[in-house]
Structure formats: structure tokens, C-alpha cells
Design a protein. Structure first.
Length: 168
């Protein structure tokens, strides 16, 4: 039996932060986990309280509801577009609509496909920006390649600039 005490009242539910930074990837596959590594580093910074950081792993479909009621969502992920390893991309879903989702993301459900599903469910954020890092290796391993590791400070600065926060 469910007691009334075990049910949260609507006014007790914490509202979503206006801005979400979502790092996705698999930490067990070297550079494929770059988005999660970047979230871990961002957690060490003193960011404003209106920014929520989430390690999304690889289950994008399970995270769709987290996009709802957001002013802005920034997704960070490994993105294979065939450039030099460590290349950094910034794009919106509309800017890459002509590409097939599996050309961009290395996950079973790609970033663009997940965003389209969120839109169909009525969970689209106000604005979505994707930062992608071209992987050098996607083998078993916990360490990022030197090419990708070298670009992480630049990606963090780009995220902070996107949020109009001061960078040092």
C-alpha cells in the first residue's frame, strides 16, 4: 500500500535547472567517454546554481525527460566526422539535419535522434548546442588519447563562453 507520505507533492518536486550540460559516452572505450570526462572536470568548477551537470553515459533514450523545461541544453560527446583526432565541433541540431544521426554519434541512439524523440514527446529545450570531439581511438581502455586530452581545456572554455561565463 502506498502511503500519502511516500508520494511527493507537486510543490516539493525540485524544478529543473534552466541550463543542463549533458556529457555522454562510454568511459570503457577510451575517447568515446570524453563527454563524461568533461562533466567530471566541470564538477570541480564553481558554476552558478542554475547550471546542472549530468553524466549521461550511453543511454540517451533514458535521459530524454531531462531535457524538458530547460532554457538551454549543452551536449558534450565524441563525434566522428572524419577530421583530425581532437578536432572540436560546435553545432545545433538544425545545422546538421542533413546528416544521418549515425554519421555523428557513436551511440546506438544518436544525439540527433534522441533530440528528435524529445521534441516529439514535447520535451524539447529552448536551445540545444552540441560540442563534439573527434576521437582518436575507441578501443577498450579508461584513458583518453593524447589528442583528445589536449583539447579538453579548449572545450571547457568553449562551454563557459557559450554560457557567457568568465574564463581564466
Amino acid at each position: 500500500m502506498i502511503s500519502s507520505e511516500s508520494i511527493k507533492r507537486q510543490d516539493q518536486i525540485k524544478p529543473a535547472s534552466p541550463i543542463l550540460i549533458l556529457g555522454v559516452g562510454n568511459l570503457l572505450l577510451s575517447d568515446e567517454g570524453v563527454g563524461v570526462h568533461i562533466i567530471d572536470l566541470l564538477k570541480k568548477l564553481e558554476l552558478p546554481v542554475y547550471i546542472e551537470l549530468i553524466d549521461g553515459g550511453t543511454a540517451l533514450i533514458d535521459l530524454l525527460h531531462l531535457l524538458s523545461d530547460r532554457v538551454k541544453v549543452i551536449v558534450v560527446d565524441a563525434v566522428k566526422l572524419g577530421s583530425q583526432p581532437g578536432s572540436v565541433y560546435r553545432f545545433t541540431p538544425d545545422e546538421v539535419s542533413e546528416l544521418k544521426p549515425n554519421q555523428i554519434s557513436v551511440h546506438q541512439i544518436g544525439i540527433l535522434e534522441a533530440l528528435r524523440m524529445a521534441e516529439l514527446a514535447g520535451w524539447s529545450p529552448g536551445q540545444t548546442v552540441i560540442f563534439g570531439i573527434e576521437p582518436a581511438k575507441m578501443d577498450w581502455g579508461l584513458e583518453l588519447s593524447p589528442e583528445v586530452t589536449k583539447t579538453i581545456p579548449d572545450v571547457i572554455n568553449l562551454i563557459l563562453e557559450e554560457l557567457e561565463l568568465q574564463t581564466d
